[in-house]
Design a protein around this ligand. Structure first.
Ligand code: GLV
Ligand code: GLV
Length: 320
């Protein structure tokens, strides 16, 4: 299959690239930055397989420019960056990396939750600045976690892994999804509610829904207004689930107590005002960023491309 060409839009862990080099002629973006659209089209035009990232927009015209393309494999679980219906129309497989990043992403959602509620980042900055003069009864008081209510929006694999961790913190769990998830109710005593009640009753709201036309801006000014003034919003899913400008206002005005964000509406740009706010913890999209998980993702994308270009159905096709 050395006659088949694979284009890789950004260097991924070597283990996956080595697997691809065994079978294919592989070209990797030589720059340590995302490609421009022209560079992407230029790279993919002769390729049979495309390995892309969540920040590569794989639109109809990109596919149109690549007549040999058989498979688009996304190095991510979310695949809102790919026009899947255009790919289906053209008979191009689309795959993602489900499962292998569930724990890493759930851990990171928890890292954000604990960081913002217990003011970990503020405390670190305070200490490094030499301002720590001894234990203080009123110093950097945060919000409790044990016994509080966690509202999970999107009870897929990652939402369930977040719920599992919450049971160890003795939290009550509410969740919202398109339909009830019985296994989560049994395993974590999670209660199904509509979004309104979830926002109204939760002390922490954590987003784990995919980005679609329906979920775009599912949390806007109105929804933030339904949350408790003492509540925190955690987003480790996709930035555009939240109206980021409305969130900045809500954090400024005390509509909610704080937020922990790993993702942004217009990455890598941040909404004006966000970085000035002390009550938000900001991470640069690190959900799946452990060495272990990234190696597993790299193997998975290599296996999916290899299967597709051998004429088999790849294991991780995305739902239509
Ligand atoms: C990360 O954001 C992913 O979807 O894998
Ligand atoms: C992703 O793995 C999800 O289903 O939440």
């Amino acid at each position: 299959m050395q006659d088949k060409r694979v284009f890789v839009t950004r260097k991924i862990p070597q283990i996956g690239l080595d697997m691809l080099h065994e079978h294919f002629s592989v070209t990797v973006n030589p720059h340590d930055r995302p490609l421009t659209k022209d560079e992407l089209i230029d790279g993919v035009k002769d390729a049979h397989g495309l390995l892309c990232l969540l920040n590569d927009e794989i639109t109809y015209d990109v596919m149109q420019a690549a007549p040999n393309l058989k498979v688009i494999t996304n190095y991510a679980v979310g695949y809102n960056n790919i026009d899947v219906s255009a790919a289906n129309e053209k008979g191009i497989y689309v795959t993602n990396t489900p499962g292998v990043l569930t724990d890493a992403t759930a851990d990171l959602a928890w890292a954000l939750l604990l960081s913002v509620s217990r003011r970990v980042v503020e405390g670190d900055i305070y200490t490094r600045a030499g301002r720590f003069t001894g234990w203080g009864p009123m110093l950097l008081l945060g919000g409790a976690v044990a016994g509080k209510t966690l509202g999970i929006v999107g009870m897929g694999r990652i939402g369930q892994a977040v719920a599992q961790r919450a049971t160890g913190f003795n939290m009550n769990i509410l969740y919202h999804d398109i339909e009830p998830v019985e296994s989560a109710e049994k395993a974590y005593s999670a209660k199904y509610t509509d979004l309104h009640d979830l926002l109204n009753q939760s002390d922490y709201v954590s987003l784990h829904a995919p980005l679609t036309d329906e979920t775009h801006h599912m949390i806007g000014a109105e929804q933030l207004g339904m949350m408790k003034q003492t509540a925190y919003l955690i987003n480790s899913a996709r930035g555009p689930l939240v109206d980021e400008k409305a969130l900045v206002e809500a954090l400024k005005n005390g509509t909610i107590a704080g937020a922990g964000l790993d993702v942004y509406e217009d990455e890598p740009e941040l909404a004006p005002g966000l970085i000035e706010l002390p009550n938000v913890v900001l991470l640069p999209h690190l959900g799946s960023a452990t060495s272990e998980t990234r190696n597993q993702m790299a193997k998975m994308v290599a296996e999916n491309i290899t299967a597709a270009l051998k004429g088999d159905t790849p294991a991780n096709l995305v739902p239509e």
